[in-house]
Design a binder for this molecule. Structure first.
Ligand code: F0G
Length: 424
């Protein structure tokens, strides 16, 4: 169904309405209950062992199980840690780590569904524009099927770990001379004209898969929703998916209360924040700047779906600076958990929302970590060595250079009072 004009379409290759609006999948759900999904938790292999397809009836009920293309995605952990509580000021704060997915980001949850659909449709070539993670995930899933994969990435603007993945998995990598928004525009033109099947989150099947972050999170908590779910926001696929997931859990009687969503943008790439804060009618695109390259997006495609998610959940949109993002990341890393910069926007955002009085320190809060620490080693090392412009690291762990002899090592350890066995 078109989210703009409400027109209905049959499932197929079409991804946009004739009016230009984005499409949304409308399911006729079979009967489901918590026991159905809990009963599959012991499965370690096969489609129902996946943290996406465990919820198949809510994700893609009509798909033949044999057609599922899965990498056993999902099944990610929820962690809490004293340092997270100290940093955010929230007693009951936890992080759900989507960086534990097979390609290192939450994108795998959408991609398993999108690529399964591409196979069902019999397409031979798939494409996406990306700030890095979408391309890494699509390249991986395409490689498992043998489909051709073309990725459009902004030249010089994506983290090296992600570029390395796309190259390694054998995608055709087009480095576009322009930013993500230019690549996004171009890939939509190219898919329409050149017969590539588009697997950005404008593809509604991506959204169906990403809903499973919420399904799994709430199932892991014994079907007890938290008060708040805080997530980073870039192209707004996840914000859209989370709202739809909560709407459907409620309508199917799987939860009684709906958590509030908090979408967090980088200050330098904040068109969704401006839209929400200024109560504007439509999104005003901007030129984005942020160290969190994954969310360096000035013209997010899914803003209409996303604003509905915020409104329906009595949610908020907040923004955080690069300084706040990188400091929060250092705290998450120091817990032994670790994440890439964009992910830490959620934790930075939770802290800020406590400061501004939106989140109560007594609230039960889950922050989503969207990507793995190893995705962007450059940003991490640059933080700890103090070379990120405009960021003065509060939690840096600067490497020391020592001569290759014992005396120098002893001197270095003495200077830190680190000699002998000690804990902290
Ligand atoms: N966090 C990470 C690590 C991401 O890679 C992205 C988006 C987001 C957050 C934002 O999620 O777009 O659903 O609001 N990355 C896309 C990509 C744009 O191309 O990999 P969103």
């Amino acid at each position: 169904m078109c989210v703009d004009c409400g027109r209905d379409f049959e499932l197929g290759l079409r991804l946009r309405c004739e009016c230009g609006g984005l499409l949304e999948v409308v399911h006729e759900f079979p009967w489901v209950d918590r026991d159905l999904f809990d009963g599959r938790l012991s499965q370690r292999s096969g489609p129902y062992g996946s943290g996406v397809w465990r919820f198949k009836e809510l994700v893609y009920p009509g798909l033949d199980v044999d057609r599922i293309v899965s990498r056993q995605e999902g099944n990610t952990s929820i962690y809490s840690h004293r340092r997270l509580t100290e940093y955010t000021g929230i007693g009951k704060v936890a992080v759900k780590h989507e960086g534990e997915n097979p390609s290192g980001s939450f994108k795998d949850r959408g991609m398993t569904v999108g690529v399964s659909e591409a196979m069902r449709l019999g397409v031979s070539s798939v494409a996406c524009a990306s700030t890095g993670n979408t391309s890494a995930s699509l390249a991986s899933f395409a490689a498992t099927t043998g489909m051709n994969c073309v990725v459009f990435i902004p030249e010089g603007m994506i983290a090296l770990g992600k570029l390395a993945q796309a190259l390694s998995y054998g995608a055709t990598v087009l480095q576009i001379r322009g930013d993500f928004d230019a690549a996004m525009w171009l890939v939509q033109e190219a898919s329409a004209e050149l017969g590539l099947y588009l697997l950005n989150s404008v593809n509604p099947w991506r959204i169906e898969g990403q809903k499973s972050i919420i399904f799994e999170l709430i199932q892991q908590r014994g079907w007890e929703p938290p008060d708040w779910i805080v997530l980073p926001a870039g192209n707004l696929g996840n914000t859209s998916a989370f709202g739809k997931a909560l709407r459907e859990l409620k309508s199917q009687g799987l939860i009684d209360s709906v958590p509030r969503l908090a979408s967090i943008q980088a200050e330098g790439a904040n068109p969704f924040y401006s839209l929400w804060a200024e109560r504007e009618e439509s999104l005003t695109p901007m030129e984005p700047h942020t160290v969190a390259s994954a969310i360096k997006i000035g013209n997010p495609v899914s803003w209409k779906k996303a604003i509905r998610s915020i409104e329906e959940t009595d949610g908020v949109v907040e923004q955080v600076s690069d300084q706040e993002i990188m400091d929060a990341k250092a705290v998450v890393d120091r817990c032994g958990i670790g994440c890439e910069p964009a992910s830490a926007a959620s934790v930075a955002g939770a802290r800020k929302l406590v400061d501004v009085g939106a989140i109560d320190p007594e609230d039960d809060v889950v922050c989503i970590l969207t990507g793995n620490l190893l995705k962007d080693p450059g940003a991490t090392v640059n933080y700890h060595t103090g070379v990120i412009e405009g960021v003065s690291p509060r939690f840096s762990n600067t490497p020391m250079v020592v001569n290759a002899d014992l005396a120098s090592v002893e001197e270095a350890l003495n200077s830190l009072a680190l000699k002998g066995s000690r804990k902290e």
